[in-house]
Ligand binder design. Structure first.
Ligand SMILES: [Cu+2]
Length: 258
């Protein structure tokens, strides 16, 4: 076995079956409030990584301005119209807002869930960030930085749908999703039809979203043969198979075509 399973005995707090150095072995910090019986531990002595980028080829779509005219409170928060983020191309020819995760190949078991929240804000009547990833049961803190009302409305296929308003600078909402869900969950706002965010929910920590250089990195992976999936809201999904040998840094590049 190239990785070590650790069995957490809740009643006593004892750990059995763990390799040496368990106190420093984990990258994930605090375990979830209620871990189940078998939590996967990754042996840092053999862990590897996958890094890559998401290129774009083909006809470049023109960024479309969002029409906020119907809501002056939103329009006046922008000197120039905000642009739709459904396709964002970076200067280096890569594609932003691609959600990448390990779809298959990880060891069976549960993964420690960080208690650190992932943040989703509403700024200038735009969800920020546009695409994000979170682990199953990891808290998502949703805030409203605007001086106008929003109505947060996720439309999951596997998790429970909800729909709640949030007043200007209102209290932060803390939400979780108990089931893994990719393609990511679409978040809408019932007040402002242009507002969209996408939240990918994964049961393990191996996911990333491409930013302004189109790159991604999945670290502390146990050695194994993996299927990576990259998802983009306009261009769909792609898969790559990647084999990670012990301590190896492997690369995997995607290309989306228009
Ligand atoms: Cu809104």
């Amino acid at each position: 076995m190239k990785f070590v399973f650790c069995f957490v005995v809740l009643a006593t707090g004892l750990f059995t079956g763990c390799g040496g150095g368990s106190s420093t072995a984990e990258k994930q910090e605090t375990p979830a409030a209620a871990p189940s019986a078998a939590t996967v531990k990754v042996d840092p002595a053999t862990a590897g990584s996958i890094t890559g980028k998401v290129a774009f080829s083909g006809t470049k779509p023109k960024p479309q301005p969002l029409s906020m005219d119907a809501t002056p409170a939103c329009a006046r928060m922008h000197e120039k119209p905000a642009l739709s983020e459904d396709v964002v191309l970076n200067d280096n020819g890569t594609l932003r807002n691609v959600f990448i995760y390990v779809k298959a190949g990880l060891p069976e078991g549960d993964w420690s869930v960080p208690t650190t929240p992932v943040k989703l804000d509403q700024v200038g009547c735009v969800y920020t960030p546009h695409v994000l990833g979170v682990m199953v049961n990891q808290p998502i803190e949703i805030s409203n930085s605007d001086s106008t009302n929003h109505n947060i409305h996720p439309l999951p296929k596997l998790n429970r749908e909800w729909n709640e308003s949030q007043p200007p600078k209102g209290d932060v909402k803390v939400k979780t999703f108990p089931k893994a869900e990719v393609p990511p969950i679409l978040f809408k706002c019932n007040v402002h039809p242009w507002m969209r965010a996408w939240v990918g929910v994964v049961k393990h920590p191996y996911f990333a979203v491409t930013g302004d250089d189109g790159s991604f990195s999945l670290k502390a992976l146990p050695p194994g043969e993996y299927t990576l999936e990259a998802w983009h809201e306009r261009y769909g999904t792609q898969e790559i198979k990647v084999k990670v040998e012990p301590k190896q840094s492997q690369s995997a590049d995607f290309t989306f075509k228009s």
